[in-house]
Design a binder for this molecule. Sequence first.
Ligand code: GAR
Length: 210
Amino acid sequence: MLRVAVCVSGGGTNLQAIIDALRSGTIENAQIVRVISNNKNAYALERAKAAGIEGVCVSPKEYATRALFNEALLACLKEAAPDLIVLAGFMVAVPSCVIEAFRDKIINIHPALIPSFCGKGYYGLHVHEKVLQRGAKVTGATVHFVDEDLDHGPILLQKAVEVREGDTPEVLQRRVMEEAEWILLPRAISLIAQDRVTIDDNRITHIKES
Ligand code: GAR
């Protein structure tokens, strides 16, 4: 059974998609062992509670320095002993101590087609604002492994989503979530739980046929 820790910051619709996929059996052989939020008011924590999953808040506001927060986050993750850490709308730069301790065991969902519209400043609604400002006609979502560089690690899954005339950032965000994110993230966890994902020496992922 794959032990999954999910890190969140806000509404938690991606967390909900994972919970629903576990319930329906779309993801087999996995369980969420802990939900960690950097924000005590995150609605995602309510979703965890409603699903009977332990929710823990580790907020940078409660630590004197960033280094102390990083240590606390690492300790909280280690305590949960996860096989996989899922960043589901986690708006914190993952500290290198966490990346080292869980090398190639952390995945992130990004609301655009990496390597477009990613990196510093590209998070949440801002991503969709920038897609619209640039006039891109296609966007989407990406699930990738996390390494030391922001939005950079090996790409696992991607799905394109159409940008439509008259879209607002909010409308586009919703379409990207519905058509891509809520499908891709559970699928990624399912593939990893089935042990079908490998990363080669060139840092390219491969998915084994089932
Ligand atoms: C999602 O769109 C996710 O892709 C994005 O934040 C949103 C969180 O929504 N993540 C990033 O921008 C990370 N760079 P949720 O809390 O409802 O899942």
